[in-house]
Design a binder for this molecule. Structure first.
Ligand code: ATP
Length: 356
């Protein structure tokens, strides 16, 4: 098995714990994203896996082999790091061939592999161009081709798309994902963009202050975040301070709603938050029959974002964001009185963000 295992990895810079006792297994053939705000330790953890940084404590094992003391150039991982830029004085083909040359692969095999890789990244006609004559997206693709040239078992990508504009970035997300799946190559990617992680990853590792806050499939983390930090970082959400007593949730405006009777409150009863995603809030005209968990409110902001309409609703004591469609709620306007329904099945109680 070629999975990567991190055991109690810790990295301290003076008194700062950049990475703090991280345990993780990256499954074979999967794409895993390290996701978290700036300074949470993503890059440091990635550099430790790459061998570019030495951990203060802990072990890195790959395919059953302890790599903790093995230098970067002996790990045989493919890497796309911003610090490992393409060689500007070389052509595209020379850049892609570089790792093969280092490994003394014979010239014929080098040339065949380069042709194959340039076809894979859809730049076969650019082999003889200098990399300085390429667009940002083309350069990123060449960097990826170079990283996979020697068929590494593990591919490490540190914010590989950060320099690209939004449209190209999305196209490249799809390309990298397709390539990764086609080659079945175990890949770790660092990003601070939650949408990017959601669209690309098999598993997301959410990091906070050097620690892992949660590991899981994108949708599981979105639907079932372990706490307020994760809920807030992944997707848009209404997060309200609430009280909880026997299935009844007390909202900030004094209103009360019911949640699933099986729901358990997080441990600290004074620090509970209610999470409901905007797409789960149902908006109805004020004249509709108020059902269970409906709250009267007034629309204070409406934004048409193409596929959906985003509305802010003042519910006397707090505001809710709702994502709806013109079909569901025609004619939604600022100033309109509405009923906002918070369906019990979509409400989740989570622990508040810890005070720092
Ligand atoms: P970003 O998204 O901004 O790149 P990150 O999540 O990748 O952030 P790291 O670069 O891993 O975070 O940094 C984690 C912490 O370690 C930060 O507090 C950072 O200031 C600190 N740190 C990183 N490298 C060093 C270093 N060489 N010397 C001292 N402190 C460092």
């Amino acid at each position: 098995m070629t999975h990567l295992t991190l055991q109690s990895i810790t990295k301290r810079f003076n008194t700062t714990y950049a990475v703090d006792h991280v345990d993780l297994t990256v499954p074979d053939g999967k794409l895993v994203c390290f996701l978290g705000p700036s300074g949470c330790g993503k890059t440091t953890l990635m550099r430790i896996i790459a061998g570019l940084e030495t951990a203060t404590a802990g072990t890195v094992t790959f395919a059953g082999r302890d790599l903790t003391q093995v230098p970067a150039n002996r790990r045989d991982f493919g890497m796309v790091f911003q610090s490992l830029a393409l060689f500007p004085h070389m052509t595209v083909a020379e850049n892609v061939a570089y790792p093969l040359r280092l490994r003394r692969v014979d010239r014929g095999a080098q040339s065949r592999r380069v042709t194959e890789l340039l076809e894979m990244i859809q730049l076969p006609h650019m082999a003889q161009r200098k990399v300085t004559q390429l667009s940002g997206g083309q350069r990123q693709r060449v960097a990826i081709a170079r990283a996979i040239a020697s068929s590494p078992k593990l591919l490490l990508l540190d914010e590989p798309l950060s320099a690209l504009d939004a449209k190209l970035r999305e196209a490249m997300q799809v390309e990298i994902r397709l390539l990764q799946q086609r080659l079945g190559i175990t890949t770790i990617m660092v990003t601070h963009d939650q949408r990017e992680a959601m669209t690309m990853a098999d598993e997301i590792v959410v990091m906070e202050k050097g620690r892992i806050a949660q590991v899981g499939k994108p949708l599981d983390i979105y639907r079932d975040p372990v706490n307020e930090f994760v809920a807030d970082f992944i997707g848009l959400g209404n997060i309200l301070p609430v009280t909880f007593d026997r299935g009844q949730v007390g909202l900030p405006g004094g209103q009360s709603i019911a949640v699933n009777s099986a729901m358990r409150a997080p441990d600290a009863p004074d620090d509970i938050r209610l999470l409901i995603r905007p797409e789960d809030v149902c908006v109805r005209p004020a004249t509709a029959n108020p059902g269970q968990n409906t709250l009267p409110g007034k629309v204070t902001f409406v934004r048409d974002v193409g596929a959906s309409i985003e509305a802010t609703i003042d519910c006397e004591g707090f505001t809710l964001t709702a994502a709806t469609t013109p079909r569901e709620t025609p004619d939604l306007r600022v100033g309109m009185r509405v009923l906002a329904e918070l369906p019990a099945h979509a409400c989740k109680l989570i622990a508040a963000r810890t005070a720092h």
